[in-house]
Design a protein around this ligand. Structure first.
Ligand SMILES: [Zn+2]
Length: 322
């Protein structure tokens, strides 16, 4: 049996795990701080150390690894494993793929996390076997990805699926991407936190705010869903509003792709029972054909989805099949 080293390098934490060629993880998913903002080599060395740690946990040496699948923050060139410009990692034209290949002596495949999310869901997740699968995360930001026929759809240069930057309000606030009124400025966890801070400062009372002692720096999505569980009207209303924004965003995706399935993932999605009704209503209001409810699904791979996607990528690249 062959084994694959899987590394998911995220903005705050990095995960490593070893999969066998049956698609099963044979170690724990070992998680460590990404040590971002410590410079190009610190982040890379940190990644390599974590990889050796997980190999040791698997009782293996690097020679036992048939391939390495890596999820990395973009923008990146998936063909070469070159990271183009990620300031928090100190990576500018950083040859991540080549550096890892030199370290481990095995083929290395690098892809962005949104694309891997789509790949995972279409092959081993809740959209397994479906043809046109879109993947949308609703967390700190709103990443996305497209899988068609079980393979990543890259577009011309690998950037297809940037759903978080589809504008839903051209006269809205400026976005870091250079556009304005982007979906993620309304629907992301960051956007929800900003609305909570504003409301707290306006004197609105809520069990959610009580939970953090009315400290605006401590707001997060969890206090909202916890308060909603207790019937807090403010929290329920906020999550319903979140459903409105998600629905508007997804209606654009339905009109563009008529996908078989859209898979939602990320921290905010855990509160789906509160936003579902509003989300479906908005999707139907703005989509020019009927959308069956079953075509929107919640990821069950959760925070492991990207690692599973990296496994599917490296396994298919080396074997030509899963
Ligand atoms: Zn944007």
């Amino acid at each position: 049996m062959r084994h694959f080293l899987i590394i998911d390098i995220g903005g705050t934490k990095t995960t490593a795990v070893v999969f066998n060629d049956q698609g099963e993880p044979i170690t724990d998913f070992i998680v460590k701080s990404s040590r971002t903002y410590e410079g190009e080599d610190a982040v890379f060395q940190n990644t390599v150390e974590l990889a050796y740690e997980v190999l040791e946990a698997a009782g293996m040496k690097k020679e036992d690894i048939a391939g390495v699948g890596v999820a990395a923050p973009g923008p990146l060139d998936y063909r070469t494993g070159l990271i183009l410009d990620v300031p928090m990692m100190g990576w500018r034209n950083f040859p991540l793929g080549d550096r890892l290949k030199a370290e481990f002596g095995a083929p290395v495949y690098v892809e962005n996390d949104g694309n891997l999310g789509a790949l995972a869901e279409a092959n081993v997740g809740v959209a397994k076997g479906e043809n046109v699968v879109l993947y949308q995360t609703i967390s700190t930001g709103c990443g996305g990805g497209i899988a068609i026929g079980g393979e990543i759809f890259h577009g011309h240069s690998g950037f297809a699926g940037e759903f978080g930057h589809v504008s839903i309000n051209f006269s809205g606030p400026k976005c870091g991407c250079g556009g304005s009124g982007c979906f993620e400025l309304y629907a992301s966890g960051t956007a929800v936190n900003n609305r909570m801070k504003r409301d707290m400062k306006c004197g609105i009372k809520s069990l959610a705010f009580e939970a953090v002692g009315y400290d605006p720096d401590k707001v997060n999505g969890k206090i909202l869903s916890d308060a909603a569980e207790k019937g807090d009207p403010y929290a329920i209303n906020m999550l319903q509003q979140e459903g409105y924004y998600i629905g508007v965003g997804l209606s654009n995706l339905f009109n563009m792709f008529d996908p078989d399935v859209v898979v939602l993932a990320g921290g905010m999605v855990k509160a789906d029972k509160y936003f579902w009704y509003n989300m479906i209503n908005e999707i139907r209001r703005h989509t020019c054909f009927h959308v069956e409810e079953d075509r929107i699904r919640i990821s069950k791979l959760n925070d492991k989805v990207v690692a599973y996607g990296a496994y599917v990528m490296v396994k298919k690249a080396i074997d030509g099949k899963l």
